[in-house]
Ligand binder design. Structure first.
Ligand code: SAM
Length: 349
């Protein structure tokens, strides 16, 4: 499908509105610090945004970031602003037309952000062969990707490569499309459905299995939205399959377990993370008020203690005594169907 995808994103689509789904619309507007960064990004870069979620976690200042399938560079430029002049952002994409737009604004965006020298670079390459386009031994603190993994044919390899490229304590924070069941081969053979990020979508439970096999023991679901298809012919072909755009965060932490285990540990958020002064959000069901004590499983403890968040929490307990399975972490089937009542506003892209 490589040529079809390149043709679709390089020639067929000219702007976000040309997509045949609502994938790049969000139910709620992005947070203020992202909106502020977006207001500084050139219109042409934003017009060719084809992502399906917010792929930027909190506290990225100073980080070295890799964006897989960076397209026209929108997320790279938001990150360029947020990591600061000392941070580094590298975008990889295989479509020359998208890279041309991204590269055109490297100097413009550096000026807009008040940087002496740009901290962004774009590389032409296939994310299924990252060893051919990245510098040998290059490692990253954060890998992001927006609506791209579904377009790849060897998802297991991409996940394994990301795990390898991350520094210990780093994370893969990304949005992609998932299906509520395995997609049939007939749908997978359809180049439009594939290029529209639908038929290459993994069944969510297969994704969890592949992510764990790649080393990401405990994928954390952040948010999701059901995708609607605005095209009758495509809708008919898809039949009953439901698609969701979902943001996950996958930490690379050596001692994470595949289940949430109870060790009698607790944490307290001290405050101080700029974007979340009073309430710290780790994922969909781990939301911590400042100053309040919470019992956590061993994995959540490590996601806060073995990462950049460490200094912002107080930690109680250790891993010496195991008390069985932790019951507070919920299940892994997180997607909620969107209940549109007509009055619900969609903030497009
Ligand atoms: C849906 S668009 C998303 C672009 C960008 N992330 C955004 O949010 O606007 C998918 C992008 O992934 C790129 N892409 C797809 N498969 C790729 C691969 N195997 N290697 C590199 N880039 C790929 C396409 O060229 C396209 O720019």
């Amino acid at each position: 499908m490589k040529e079809e995808i390149q043709n679709y994103y390089g020639k067929e689509l000219q702007k976000s509105e040309d997509l045949k789904t609502n994938a790049c619309c969000t139910l709620t507007p992005p947070p203020l610090h992202i909106r502020n960064a977006l207001s500084l990004i050139h219109d042409e870069v934003q017009a060719k945004y084809y992502g399906c979620g917010l792929t930027i976690p909190s506290m990225v200042k100073g980080m070295k970031v890799l964006d897989l399938g960076s397209g026209s560079g929108r997320d790279c430029y938001i990150l360029s602003k947020l990591v600061g002049e000392k941070g580094v952002v590298v975008g990889v994409d295989m479509t020359p037309e998208q890279l041309e737009v991204a590269n055109k604004y490297v100097g413009y965006q550096a000026d807009k952000f008040g940087y002496k020298k740009s901290n962004v670079s774009f590389v032409e390459g296939n994310i299924e062969r990252l060893n051919e386009c990245l510098k040998k031994d290059d490692k990253f603190d954060l890998v992001v990707s927006n609506c791209v993994l579904n377009l790849t044919s060897n998802k297991q390899k991409v996940l394994e490569d990301i795990f390898y490229l991350l520094n210990e304590g780093g994370e893969f924070y990304f949005s992609d499309v998932y299906a509520d069941r395995r997609v049939s081969q007939e749908l997978m053979n359809d180049p439009i459905l594939w290029s529209e990020c639908l038929s290459g979508a993994l069944y969510w439970n297969d994704f969890l299995r592949l992510a764990k096999m790649a080393g990401f023991a405990d994928p954390r679901y952040v948010e999701s939205k059901e995708i609607t298809v605005n095209n009758e012919e495509l809708q008919r072909k898809l039949g009953p399959v439901k698609f969701f755009s979902v943001t996950y965060r996958l930490f690379k932490i050596q001692n994470l377990e595949t289940d949430c285990e109870e060790y009698g540990q607790s944490i307290k958020y001290k405050g101080g993370v700029e974007e979340m002064p009073n309430i710290f959000v780790l994922d969909d069901h781990h939301v911590f008020e400042k100053g309040r004590m919470y019992s956590v499983c061993g994995n959540t403890y490590l996601m806060l203690n073995a990462t950049r968040y460490k200094d912002y929490f107080e930690f109680y307990g250790n891993f010496e005594q195991h008390y069985g399975i932790f019951e507070g972490c919920g299940t892994n089937m997180p997607f909620k169907e969107t209940t549109t009542n007509g009055s619900q506003a969609m903030a497009c892209c």
